[in-house]
Unconditional design. Sequence first.
Length: 282
Amino acid sequence: MQCGLVSNCWRTSLDAGCSLEDLIAEAAERGYRAVELRQTCLGAFESGDDHRPRPELLAELPTQFPGMRFNIAVCVPFLDKAYSAVDAMFELGRLSAIAVAGEAPPHLRLVDLQTSDEQFKQIRATANVVCELAQSMQQVDGYLSVEHSMQSWRSFYAAFNAARELLRGDQQRLRLCYDPCNLLMSPDDPDPTEVTRGLSADELSMVHIKQRSGGRILKDVRDGNLNWAAQFDALAEIGFREPFLYEVAASDELWDRLDRSQEYLQAFGFTGVSESQHSLGS
């Protein structure tokens, strides 16, 4: 089981002046084997008010951390039927995914925090956009992951499946970054456990781990609105084998909170970070 984290867990540390390289090195020392490099939380590896990733600098990371698996995540309105792969931020994300890939295929993850559920109605038109974006990653022998956020899960999943149908034999180029906690924000109120049981392992590229309570993301994973015991059971049933990535709220005590999260999740069969993985580093 490969365990990692999303770099927005480090927002507090980055704002305090810690370098991204030092944080990755600490993660490697603690046995984490994957880092999703999230736009807005890249430190010196992004620039401008719109947090543009800098692929020329990001290309240094696979050499510095040869045992770490990286992917890039950017926020763009990919659910808007007018969106296109010619968008500058998408292209920067694509180039950055190539830069950090190392020996693995380039992997770009998209999330849409702009297109509201009311705007997101034309499933086929959205599927055409998502198919185009996946084909752009296919051209560099990479793949695209899309994440559900605030929109209707039913509509989002329908668009995802329609895009995979358009890709025909290349449907594996498009996968889900699955965050069951985000289902708690979906206006169609799906049951997260039933949704997970209804997925196929080959649709998933990763699973994000976090917890919600009182309408907010917690700083660690513990009892809350999402039943993680049921989630791990369901993921085991469908044969999920890809990385689990923590995406808890940033804090000054992040590493201690991640340790406590792992202790909590071990009761549900989550092995997480093991001592045998502590040989990773820069």
